[in-house]
Write a new protein. Structure first.
Length: 343
């Protein structure tokens, strides 16, 4: 038999999810069977797994110690732990140019550099999730304990940016952080603003509304002004900040968060984002190639779309998330934006 007490970082999740984190090798069917037979109880009473656990709740496992150990999974030996820790820190160190702008026990907000994935697309990829794990391990006074805790909750990115989109990214350091940030993003209470350089003269302001249809084969998205079964609604508010006649600096607020949303919408308007290799026009691509041939010392070429997640505005918040209440977090635009507007 074993008794587990739910802590503050674990509260709010369903009981079956809590059990899965504690015994990751056990199938969900095992938990439901044990709950039905009262071999697992919540505060001494029968439960079905759908209950939301709260801090201080007592979960009792009337199971053999051997069963608990088997389903808990293998715990790495000290040498294995050391190797895993070194590998994660080394992976984190390979990602340069990250600036941490906010950090507490639940949430970390930092900048994602150009060319870095938010999350892995393949097993060999390096992403901001690996950076986050290495960063936390590097500053932890008990690295082995923190690594073991990753088996129950792995810190991860909450809002995904395209590989070649720069700027602010929100990371969950705890389970409550993950639930709260995910809910803010889902309900659009977290306001997200971007700045971008687009081709052509674009002044004024407006709202882009329409439907986006994704082609999974080519990993491209197309815009439509008509609803269809496979389409998702997308809406963006925008305003022009400046223009040099051939290019314009635009600020946009995402009212929906769709894949490639800004890139597709502005390309549809006839103002593709400068440097966008996927949705830019042939004329814009030729201008970008010309910019690449500028004399040495005139600045680096545009290796991807000039799009930056530059501002986050949080709603009123309470409790553990009170420090983020109505907080505005910003980051500076990379110098390449100025070069593009001067070209």
């Amino acid at each position: 038999m074993q008794k587990l007490t739910v802590n503050e970082k674990e509260e709010g999740q369903r009981l079956d999810k809590y059990l899965k984190r504690k015994l990751p090798e056990a199938p969900m069917s095992f938990f439901y069977k044990m709950l039905r037979k009262k071999n697992i109880t919540l505060n001494g009473k029968k439960a079905d797994g759908r209950e939301a656990v709260q801090a201080g709740d007592l979960v009792t496992l009337f199971l053999a110690d051997e069963t608990i150990e088997k389903f808990r999974g293998e715990t790495a030996s000290s040498p294995e732990r050391g190797e895993q820790i070194r590998a994660l820190i080394a992976a984190s160190d390979r990602i340069r140019g990250v600036t941490v702008l906010y950090e507490d026990e639940n949430v970390l907000i930092c900048t994602k550099p150009f060319g870095v994935l938010s999350q892995k697309a393949g097993p060999e990829d390096l992403s901001m999730n690996e950076w986050l794990a290495g960063y936390l391990l590097k500053k932890s006074p008990d690295r082995a304990a923190l690594l073991d805790s990753f088996r129950e909750f792995r810190p991860s990115v909450c809002n995904r940016l395209d590989r070649n989109t720069m700027g602010l990214i929100v990371c969950a350091v705890s389970l409550p952080g993950s639930r709260t940030m995910t809910e803010l993003i889902r309900t659009r209470k977290l306001r997200k603003f971007y700045q971008m350089v687009v081709e052509g003269r674009l002044t004024g302001s407006g709202t882009i509304r329409g439907w986006l249809i994704k082609d999974p084969v080519s990993n491209t998205v197309r815009f439509s002004d008509r609803k269809s079964p496979e389409a998702v609604y997308a809406e963006t508010d925008w305003k022009s900040l400046s223009t040099n006649g051939s290019r314009s600096l635009i600020e946009a607020e995402l009212l929906t968060g769709r894949s490639h949303q800004l890139r597709v919408q502005f390309a549809y308007m006839g103002h593709p984002i400068t440097g966008d290799p996927k949705y830019g026009t042939a004329q814009a691509s030729e201008k970008n190639r010309t910019d690449r041939r500028r004399p040495a010392g005139s600045g680096k070429p545009f290796r991807g779309q000039l799009l930056c997640s530059c501002r986050l505005e949080f709603p009123p918040m309470e409790g553990a998330f009170g420090p983020l209440s109505e907080k505005v977090i910003t980051c500076s635009l990379p110098p390449v934006f100025d070069r593009a507007m001067q070209a």
